[in-house]
Design a protein around this ligand. Structure first.
Ligand code: NAD
Length: 371
């Protein structure tokens, strides 16, 4: 089996799908690895670190005879149409958008596995790239908040006086939010957090955060959040606004799978905040949790800095790639058996995470949307 790893082409993407430390695991699976020259460079993995692999200069060369293609970001529409006929493709696929890409994958009869679709069951935790990357994003967002803030996060007792600890509010306490809380705590801030899922209260508290009680719960299916009613939104917004107004830094991580990010901080709430305070909006790419967020920009509104970073995991490309590569290898271990590709459709992880196969869309919501 030949596995091909291209250099990522998406704007600003620094990660790579395979890192040197997983090559042994791929070898054990009986796979040969071919990498596009320079693929790992922006993540800190120069070509000389990959031992025992073969090299290709361009994708034409790389894809010739490849059985499996591993990527971080989905291929462009054009590239999807150039993948080896009948090959396997593993990576993030943004299944809720990019219909022409999906059509091209089907034209080439590519079997694509979307990491967004990996079921969140215990057995699949080691494959869960949404979690591994969200973890990194949460960490980075708290650091970004600390960096942008004109205040210090920790309490300092010095000869020049005492500095009070910063107050940080984290909204959304999923994988990213919990890591944002833990990181802000490690920096010495006082952390408050909020999530619509009441189950997160205990998790927030176990990290030393204080849970903000708005009196609204939005437990949805499969542990994810549902959308709130207008009345619930108003109540949630007012209680949160009071806490946000007191904060030195706010990190927002709220999202609903496949939907635009919930709007949680409106203009008037921003205007209640102190000058010098900071909002880091992790949901910027899906519309933002703050009304004023501009994706990919850092703006200031009445003294409040609002950052809307894009592709945050890519900012920690080395570790993000390492974790991502392990997720991919663990998925490959379910697909490659006895040195051959064997797709076991009775395996829930394989069945659920498959987006396209043999010219058909297997993921029902995507199929229904595109019909
Ligand atoms: P996510 O990225 O989809 O959402 C982030 C958070 O935003 C969630 O906690 C969600 O409840 C919250 N949110 C949504 N709307 C909100 C609103 N209006 N206000 C405030 N918060 C809002 O979530 P995620 O981090 O990917 O994980 C979701 C859940 O799945 C978590 O409970 C996580 O622990 C669980 N999970 C389980 C497994 C597993 O068992 N294998 C793996 C990963 C995640």
């Amino acid at each position: 089996i030949t596995i091909a790893v291209p250099k990522e082409t998406a704007n600003g993407e620094r990660r790579v799908a395979i890192v040197p430390s997983v090559l042994k695991q791929l070898d054990k699976l009986g796979a040969e690895v071919r990498i596009q020259r320079g693929a790992g460079e922006s993540a800190g993995f120069t070509d000389d670190l990959y031992e025992g692999v073969s090299w290709a200069d361009g994708t034409d060369d790389l894809y010739k005879g490849a059985d499996i293609v591993l990527r971080v970001q989905p291929p462009s529409v054009e590239e999807a149409g150039k993948l080896p006929e009948g090959s396997l493709l593993l990576g993030f696929m943004t299944p809720h958008e990019g219909d022409s890409r999906i059509r091209n994958l089907n034209k080439r009869k590519v079997t694509s596995f979307a990491l967004e679709l990996v079921p969140r069951i215990t057995r699949a935790q080691s494959i869960d790239a949404l979690s591994s990357q969200a973890n990194i994003a949460g960490y980075k967002c708290s650091l970004m908040a600390a960096h942008l803030s004109p205040k210090l996060f920790p309490m300092l007792t010095t000869a020049a006086g005492t500095v009070r600890p910063a107050r940080v509010v984290v909204i959304g306490a999923g994988v990213a939010g919990l890591q944002a809380i833990a990181t802000a705590k490690r920096l010495g801030a006082i952390v408050e957090a909020y999530d619509v899922r009441s189950a997160t209260k205990e998790q927030v508290e176990s990290l030393g955060g204080k849970f903000i009680d708005t009196g609204v719960s939005a437990e949805g299916e499969g542990g994810y959040a549902r959308e709130l009613t207008e009345d619930e939104k108003a109540q949630q917004a007012e209680v949160l606004a009071q806490h946000i107004a007191q904060a030195d830094a706010v990190v927002t991580t709220a999202s609903i799978p496949g939907r635009p990010a919930p709007k949680i901080i409106d203009r008037s709430t921003v205007e209640r905040m102190k000058a010098g305070s900071v909002i880091v909006d992790m949901a910027a790419e899906t519309g933002g949790n703050c009304e004023l967020t501009e994706a990919g920009k850092e703006i200031t509104h009445q003294g409040v800095t609002i950052a809307g970073p894009r592709n945050i995991p890519s900012m920690a490309a080395t570790h993000a790639s390492e974790m991502y590569a392990r997720n991919l290898c663990n998925l490959l271990a379910l697909i490659i058996k006895d040195g051959e590709i064997q797709l076991d459709w009775d395996d829930q992880v394989v069945a659920d995470s498959c987006l396209t196969h043999d010219g058909e869309i297997r993921h029902a919501p995507t199929r229904e949307r595109m019909e």
